[in-house]
Structures are given as C-alpha cells and as structure tokens.
Design a protein around this ligand. Structure first.
Ligand code: NDP
Length: 451
C-alpha cells in the first residue's frame, strides 16, 4: 500500500463517522502523490501524517436563554488545525448540520486555502449546531454572547482570528465582537467581517463572491473566453451567492438562478440590479425565503428542489456555474447533467460543493474547474487584509482593497497553474491548488523540527 493510501486508511479507521473529513483528506492527499518523490525530507519528517492531525480540537457547551426564558443548550466547536505559517484563521458556521467531522473538513481545507492567498494565516474553523433561522434578534444575541463567553479564551489577534460562514454574517459578528471586547477589555482585530464603523474592511462582504468571479474570469481567459452573454447558474442566496451575482452581472454574464434550503428560483430573463437588491433585503434584513423572489418577479419556482436537480430535470442550458450554498450539493448525476447541458466552467464559491463523482465528470469533459480552496479564497484573503488594516489602525479605500483582492485572485490562479505544470498535469487546478498550498506549509513545518 502506498504511503498516501496508508494515511487515508488510518484517518478513516480512527474516526469512522467523519465522512466529510475523510472526503477532504482523500481529495487533497491523492493529488499530493507527486510531491513524495520530490521531497523525501517531507516523508522522513512525517509531514503527511502530521498535517492530517489538528493542532487542537476545542469542543464546548453553549447554554443560553430563549425568549420564553427556557434554557437551551448547543454545542460549540473550534478546530485549530495548523498554524505553521500564521495565526489560525477560518470562519464560524452556525447551522443545525454542524458536527466535528464537518468542522474538521473545513479546517483542513482552510490550511491550503490560506496558504494559497500568500498571506501569513494558518488554518482553523469553528461553529455550532445552533440554527439562527426563526430566532429573534435577542435570541441570536444571547447565543452569540454565550458562544464567545467560552471561545474568547482560545482566540486573539495573534492566536486565532475567526470570521463568518454559513449562518454567521454581520449581525452575528457584531454581537460576538461586542462581547469579546467587553470581557477582555481590548479593541483588537480578533474577528473579521466586522462592521465598517468598528474596524471592518471595505469589500470584505463582497470578497468571496467577487473573488470566485475573478477566479472564473482568469480560468476563462486561458481559453480565450469571458462572461459576456453567458448563462450563469448560482446556487444559494446568501453572502457568497449575492456578491457572485453582482460581479457576474458587472462582467456581462446573465445570472438565472438563486436557491435556499426550501427551493430554487429560475429567472430566465436574468437577475438585474433591482432584483438583486430585493434578494439582499430579503435575505440580509427580512430573513425571508427565496420563493418571495418568484412571487414578486414572476420567475419559476421549484419547491423543495435544489438548483442542480432543476438543471438536470429541466435540461437547462448553462455556460458557467457557481455552487455557492454548501458541501456536496452537486452529486455525480447532476455533475454529469451540468457538463452535458453545456457548462464550460465551474468556480466553487462554497467549500467542497462537488462530490468526487461530479469532479470526475468535470475532468472527463475537460471543463474549467476551480476548486473551492482556490476559487473562494478571496474571502479569507480580504479577512487577512482586514487584519492588516486593524494592526496598522487605518482603513484602505474600497478601490485599494478591491485591487488587492483582484491581484491576490490572479496570483492564486497563477500559482495553481504553475504547480499543475511543474508536477505534470497542466491545467489541473485541483492538483495545482493542493500542491501549491501544501508545499509552503510543509516547508514551514519542516523548519520547526518535531513540534
Ligand atoms: P450564508 O449563510 O450567507 O448563505 C448560505 C446559503 O446557502 C443560503 O441561501 C442557505 O439557504 C443555503 N444553504 C446552506 N446550507 C444549505 C443546505 N444544507 N441545503 C440547501 N441550501 C443550503 O453563507 P455563505 O454565503 O457565507 O456561505 C456559503 C458557502 O460559501 C459555504 O459553503 C461557505 O463555507 C462558503 N464560503 C463562505 C465564505 C464567506 O466569506 N462567507 C468564504 C469561503 C467560503 P437557507 O438560508 O435556507 O439555509
């Protein structure tokens, strides 16, 4: 058995119920095979074995009082995976599906993503099985305060700097930062995604969606193509989906979908500025369901169905796809339908939204495929820029942050292409992203000796 297979086998045996983590480890390690012969020093120092083991896992109780005065108990997580190249950095996810396997997969991916950004950030992820949906503002505040009451002792501006993810946006970051500031009596950049009035960075809300679009534009350019006149599918309707849609529209693409966990909207006339503003108000302020879009603008609504099922069943023509909701949203069947319906490019705004079966079809049909750890790295990169601005105690203008984000996405794209070429599979962004992200972290781990 090869070294890589031995490690994958061990990871699966050790924690048999952590399927998402197994999937992420398998996907990364399998593409690292060519690094083994080039770096015998990595093998000797057992870097491959060490990188799949988190530095530390923090699991805690989060008790809070709901509006009726009842005690509620949730579970909190922070997985500090690897800080070889900088302080731990990665989002917090509040969603009922959250468990240790999901947080470990996200934290593991974050190591390579953060390394790719060229900024000094280690990998971490955290969250809770708390569901903000249907909760009052007061309940969300009480939960956030209870969550940070424990987490505060494990984080800090030079130790671990969390950010948002699914279910954690500006409101939640505000409540958590406010409480952290009160209990440690410090106003530092301990969380990113903060409001502009208290240390946030311009372009941070836009960054993941804009970045995924910039990455797609770079991929398209390698084949002499762009967004103009293209039919673009976006899944989800949260932070990443909204700003992906905005940037795609600016670049001349036609966005024809949004979704949420209740259903899918297909708008064949295309999303425009007014419709997008409606979605932002619906999702960020009124916290309603995407069905309201279909009711208001006369678009088609598919109740209880995900975007990718709808594309397959309706044989919709798609040129470019941005999965921007959650992990494993595109299975093999829908991945195949996507490429057969004409899709030439998939740029992942979400983390690991394509199953290994779907990825096989992308590769078989040789479409442009930007895996999440490269394509959605603009979010954490701009969080890194927020940290820099906080440390310097100044704020860069919007144009400057956007220009830096564009520059970072271009350099990530180049790093992926260069690594894929060096290791013999030019244009394979999966391999390129994994190897480019890994080698930098591995070299740092090697330099530290056995720690
Ligand atoms: P939001 O909470 O703002 O939006 C998530 C969207 O996805 C919502 O429309 C939500 O619908 C939908 N969704 C979530 N889970 C499911 C599910 N199980 N089934 C169907 N739909 C679902 O999150 P973000 O936009 O921030 O995050 C989306 C993805 O992007 C995640 O994979 C996240 O890890 C990734 N990402 C986010 C970054 C960021 O900066 N925010 C950075 C890098 C990656 P509903 O409201 O009904 O739940």
């Amino acid at each position: 058995m090869s070294l890589i297979n031995e490690i994958i086998d061990k990871v699966k045996k050790q924690d048999p119920d952590q399927q998402e983590f197994h999937q992420a480890v398998e996907e990364v390690l399998e593409t690292l095979e060519p690094t083994i012969s080039k770096h015998p020093d990595f093998v000797k120092a057992k870097i491959y074995e060490r990188i799949v083991e988190p530095d530390r896992v923090i699991l805690f109780r989060v008790p809070w009082l709901d509006d009726k005065g009842n005690v509620q108990v949730n579970r909190g997580f922070r997985v500090q995976f690897n800080n070889a190249i900088g302080p731990y950095k990665g989002g917090l996810r509040f969603h009922p599906s959250v468990n240790l396997g999901i947080i470990k997969f996200l934290g593991f991916e974050q190591i390579f993503k953060n390394s790719l950004t060229t900024l000094p950030m280690g990998g971490a992820k955290g969250g809770s099985d708390f569901d903000p949906k249907g909760k009052s503002d007061m309940e969300v505040m009480k939960f956030c305060q209870a969550f940070i009451r424990e987490l505060y002792r494990h984080i800090g501006p030079d130790t671990d700097v969390p950010a948002g993810d699914i279910g954690v946006g500006g409101r939640e970051i505000g409540y958590m930062f406010g409480y952290y500031k009160k209990i440690v009596n410090e106003h530092t950049g301990v969380l990113t995604g903060k409001g502009l009035d208290y240390g946030g960075s311009l372009i941070r809300p836009e960054a993941t969606g804009y970045g995924a679009t910039y990455f797609a534009a770079e991929m398209l350019a390698t084949r002499g193509k762009d967004f103009k006149g293209k039919n673009v599918i976006v899944s989800g309707s949260g932070n990443v989906a909204q700003y992906t849609a905005e940037k795609v529209m600016n670049l001349g693409g036609k966005v024809i979908s949004f979704s949420d966990s209740n259903g899918t909207v297909i708008d064949e006339k295309g999303v425009d500025k007014e419709k997008l503003e409606f979605v932002m108000d619906l999702k960020n302020i009124r916290r309603g369901r995407i069905k309201e879009y279909a009711d208001k603008f006369g678009a088609k609504y598919f109740d209880g169905q995900g975007v990718w099922d709808v594309i397959r069943e309706q044989s919709l023509k798609v040129d470019i796809a941005f999965p921007s909701a959650t992990q494993n949203e595109i299975d093999g069947k829908n991945g195949e339908a996507l490429v057969k319906n004409g899709c030439i490019c998939v740029s992942e705004g979400a983390n690991m939204p394509s199953t290994p079966d779907a990825i096989k079809f992308y590769q078989e049909y040789n479409i442009l495929y930007g895996p999440g750890k490269a394509a959605n790295a603009g979010g954490v990169a701009t969080s890194g820029l927020e940290m820099s601005q906080n440390s310097m105690r100044l704020s860069w203008p919007r144009e400057e942050v956007d220009a830096r984000l564009l520059g970072i996405m271009k350099s990530i794209h180049k790093a992926c292409l260069d690594a894929s070429e060096t290791y013999g599979k030019k244009g394979d962004y999966v391999m390129g992203a994994n190897i480019a992200g890994f080698v930098k972290v591995a070299k740092a781990m090697l330099a530290y000796g056995i720690v």
